[in-house]
Design a protein around this ligand. Structure first.
Ligand code: GDP
Length: 295
């Protein structure tokens, strides 16, 4: 599970602090050096790691935790609060406007888990009383349409497809289809590539311009760590995403993407994927993640 190594290293650093009893500024700085290294080993972006320990140090020194009876606990409390804030603070929910249909555009690189998570999101929204429609906008791989159909069937969510046509036209037609069939949420499963390229971005921009999505969710694979964060930075610059779906958290032992993506892009992680099954989707809870890290 995510954060294993980080948890261990932080608890070792804090154990030393706790053994000290009375603390001085130097002790906090030493501990923060260890925290910084642990964050870097967890594949956290180096700027993010530096800002994080600076913020904790400043607060710890400023709050005169040294006079408290349990100074180490106070430092840990500050670390906890700063971890929550680093991952976005509050849970960030989907923005679903009152006037349907709400359009959610799923994008990301091939293999990130886009199709699976389109299905997971469809299933979740259906369980909340919505009537979602999945739309096959990945027209380049015939297998992708089939895969979405399989996922749709498993999720009990209808799928709109027009074979290998123009994805912009498909997205537009899907909106009409949703209105005619009473679907209040349209989830567009767009094409991915192995790398970010101009053609992919131009296509996504054209779909965005044509349908004006309420949410543009970027699906990134947490196991790819800092690469996932760079992908998020590029997509956000080119497309202005509204949030991130962080997938494969079940296989990510480090947690660097979870810890860096909000700070680097300014965009919240809205959901996390924790397995291959369609029920393995959870809202991203920064406070629970922080508690997990601190054990
Ligand atoms: P796409 O190319 O972005 O549409 O990616 P897919 O949805 O086809 O997913 C790629 C692979 O990752 C598939 O084998 C999925 O079963 C797997 N996968 C997707 N999400 C998760 C997840 O949260 N955890 C795990 N362990 N595997 C996942």
């Amino acid at each position: 599970m995510a954060f294993e190594g980080l948890s261990e290293k932080l608890s070792a650093a804090f154990k030393k602090l706790k053994q000290k009893g009375k603390l001085g500024e130097k002790d906090v700085k030493t501990a923060m050096r260890e925290v910084r290294l642990a964050l870097l080993e967890a594949d956290v972006n180096y700027k993010v790691a530096k800002q994080f320990v600076d913020a904790v140090t400043e607060r710890a020194v400023g709050a005169a935790v040294f006079e408290s009876l349990t100074p180490a606990q106070q430092v840990i409390k500050i670390v906890h609060e700063e971890l929550i804030s680093l991952m976005g603070g509050e849970v960030s929910r989907l923005h679903i406007p009152s006037k349907p249909p709400c359009v959610i555009m799923m994008c990301g690189l091939q293999g990130s888990g886009k199709t699976t998570h389109s299905g997971k999101l469809g299933k979740l929204l259906k369980s909340q009383g919505h009537r979602p429609l999945l739309v096959a906008c990945d027209v380049y791989r015939p297998a992708a349409i089939k895969q979405l159909q399989v996922v749709g069937e498993q999720a009990g969510v209808p799928v709109f497809e027009m074979g290998q046509g123009d994805p912009v036209e498909i997205a537009k037609k899907a909106l009409g289809h949703a209105k005619d069939h009473g679907n209040d949420i349209v989830i567009l499963d767009t094409a991915g590539r192995l790398h970010i390229d101009e053609a992919l971005m131009a296509e996504l921009a054209a779909i965005k311009a044509a349908v004006g999505p309420d949410e543009i969710l970027l699906v990134i694979d947490s196991m790819t760590g800092q690469d996932a964060v760079s992908v998020a930075e590029s997509f956000n610059q080119l497309l202005e995403i509204t949030g991130v779906v962080l997938t494969k958290l079940d296989g990510d032992t480090r947690g660097g993407a979870a810890l860096s993506v909000k700070a680097v892009t300014g965009k919240p992680i809205k959901f996390s994927g924790t397995g291959e099954k369609l029920d393995d989707l959870e809202p991203f809870y920064p406070d629970r993640m922080a508690s997990r890290i601190l054990g």
